[in-house]
Ligand binder design. Structure first.
Ligand code: THU
Length: 128
């Protein structure tokens, strides 16, 4: 499947503007191409109870599931400047569940297979 990285970058940057981050002032947006051609997005949403804030990737995964599921093919995550952002550890695990090792993740050095971001990941296969 052709991956339009520019489109994903734009979608991530657009949704980042909707982030609710009054505590950290650190807005995050993420966009992903699904294997049926859909693009799903998410932004972070913080909380007065700081520890329960949601990362952008949490929103993306919920959106993926709510809109019909599928496998993630390619992901772009950006900060408030629209620069490529490294996902936190918990969110790497969330993304891995729905994209696996082959999912491509955009970095400043270009797209990388997710196996390089989360080596020897624990996942659904380990429960069999
Ligand atoms: N954040 C994300 O949304 N995703 C990440 O992968 C890294 C961090 C958010 C959480 C918090 O709202 C803000 O960035 C600062 O940590």
């Amino acid at each position: 499947m052709n991956i339009d990285w520019e489109k994903l970058h734009s979608a991530a940057t657009e949704v980042m503007k909707h982030a609710y981050a009054p505590y950290s002032n650190f807005k995050v947006g993420v966009a992903a191409l699904v294997d049926d051609g859909r693009v799903v997005v998410g932004c972070n949403s913080e909380n007065a109870s700081y520890g329960v804030g949601l990362c952008a990737e949490c929103g993306l995964i919920s959106s993926l599931t709510a809109s019909g599921g599928g496998r993630l093919i390619a992901v772009v995550c950006v900060d408030g400047n629209g620069d490529f952002l490294s996902p936190c550890g918990r969110c790497r695990q969330l993304l891995f569940e729905h994209g696996g090792n082959e999912m491509l993740f955009m970095t400043p050095d270009g797209p990388k297979p997710f196996s390089t971001l989360l080596p020897w990941a624990f996942g659904p296969e380990d429960l069999k």
